[in-house]
Design a binder for this molecule. Structure first.
Ligand code: SF4
Length: 419
């Protein structure tokens, strides 16, 4: 069995300017280049027309088969190992409790988000199913095989949640419905609840209602950028991508109305140029709506339009990570916190002893996302090493130990408690 450690890709150039945060002025994406016509829209794969044979593991040495949802879905390396379609193990954890199913098409995602490995500007360089995403390969597996494997395991399944991840593609809405229908026909939501990672750009409120009626449990929106300007720069007009800040918030409003409190959330990437105050303003807005924020530390993806930029400094990340947890689960409000002139958190709004107890509990520093079967503030979606190398973990995919927490305290510039 191979030890499938996630690639410890160098997290972009280190900061040399002494700043302990990523300011907007330093975080400009490259402009996308034009793709030659002959390589657009998955033409290479469609022209070759190779029929897929079972599981496809991304390889640059073979022609990529023509795979499409709903017959095929892709999944992270961690999910493929946990499902048993790939050998391997993950450093310090039992892979993942979340089975993320990513819709797949030769045309790929038609959006061009600057930080994303799946973005359209990579068409010439790599076929869609072969693109690295969150730094790992995403094997493609027949949907029927996935469902059969999980259904057969019954209550013994290692998965606490399944998540259908939509992309920007004209078939994405209809195929999400097909995958969800096929799943719920065999697997009870009590055994494995389902989340939808939506694509607001192609969806309407009716789509949100339909997904709830078909048994989805939680609806999430990958807002990713924390301000309208950063959103436009990284996933809108700035990179010839179709997304609009307003549309994303409209779907979040729909999710609040349709799925209800505690049953919706938004992804946010920290360190793309927002201030800590701006990021936590969005966290508070989501909390006031009844939802949660799921946070990712910016960690440049090779091949993306932001792969030349520095990863989020750990001190910035830890401050936002801890403050987000306090807002989401400890009833602290942004108004209780204090910020300096650069928008950095200087006071978390809790008495020192209470803050110490939260830090020692460790959950604040674990991967955030939709809950599983452990407790409401522990995410099923643990995304092992999705936002950092294992040597310098940003989001812990397991309960951090005493040594981990000592390191976290140093990163927060707080006294280290000896024990
Ligand atoms: S819509 Fe999602 S999958 Fe598509 S490029 Fe943007 S972040 Fe990546």
């Amino acid at each position: 069995m191979s030890c499938s450690k996630p690639q410890a890709t160098a997290p972009g150039p280190a900061r040399t300017d002494g700043l302990d945060f990523n300011p907007a002025s330093h975080m400009t994406p490259r402009a996308p280049t034009r793709t030659p016509r002959a390589l657009r829209n998955g033409r290479r794969v469609k022209d070759a027309g190779i029929a897929p044979q079972g599981v496809y593991r991304p390889s640059y040495n073979v022609l990529t088969p023509d795979m499409r949802s709903p017959q095929y879905v892709q999944m992270s390396t961690a999910a493929a190992i946990t499902l048993g379609v790939m050998p391997g193990k993950m450093y310090r954890c039992s892979c993942t409790r979340c089975l993320n199913l990513l819709l797949t098409y030769p045309e790929g995602c038609r959006a061009n988000c600057a930080y994303c490995g799946l973005a359209r500007h990579r068409e010439a360089e790599r076929d869609y199913a072969d693109r690295n995403f969150i730094r790992v390969d995403w094997p493609a597996v027949p949907t029927e095989q996935v469902i059969e494997t999980v259904a057969r395991a019954g209550d013994a399944t290692p998965f606490h949640r399944m998540c259908i991840s939509m992309i920007t593609h004209p078939r994405s809405d209809a195929d999400t419905v097909s995958v969800l229908r096929a799943w719920t026909a065999r697997i009870s939501p009590e055994t494995v609840p389902v989340s939808i990672l939506s694509n607001p750009t192609t969806m309407s409120r009716d789509d949100v209602v339909r997904l709830r009626d078909l048994g989805a449990d939680i609806f999430t929106v990958a807002l990713d950028a924390c301000t309208p300007e950063l959103f436009d720069r990284t996933r809108g007009k700035g990179v010839q991508s179709p997304h609009r800040w307003r549309t994303y918030w409209e779907r979040l409003d729909d999710a609040r109305d349709v799925f209800g409190a505690e049953r919706f959330g938004a992804h946010l990437i920290i360190g793309m140029g927002e201030t800590e105050h701006e990021a936590l303003g969005v966290v508070q807005r989501l909390r006031d709506m009844g939802g949660h924020s799921h946070m990712f530390c910016f960690f440049p993806e090779k091949g993306s339009l932001m792969d030349h930029l520095p990863a989020t400094p750990r001190d910035q990340w830890r401050r936002v990570q801890l403050a987000r947890y306090l807002i989401d689960y400890r009833d602290v409000r942004i108004e209780h916190m204090r910020f300096d002139e650069a928008g950095r958190v200087v006071d978390f709004g809790l008495p020192p002893a209470e803050l110490d107890a939260v830090i020692e509990d460790g959950v604040a520093f674990r991967t955030s996302g939709c809950p599983g079967k452990i407790r409401e503030d522990v995410s099923a979606c643990d995304r092992p090493y999705g936002d950092s190398p294992p040597s310098d973990i940003a989001s812990f995919p397991f309960a951090p130990g005493k040594r981990d927490l000592r390191r976290v305290r140093r990163q927060l510039d707080l006294p280290v408690v000896s024990s």
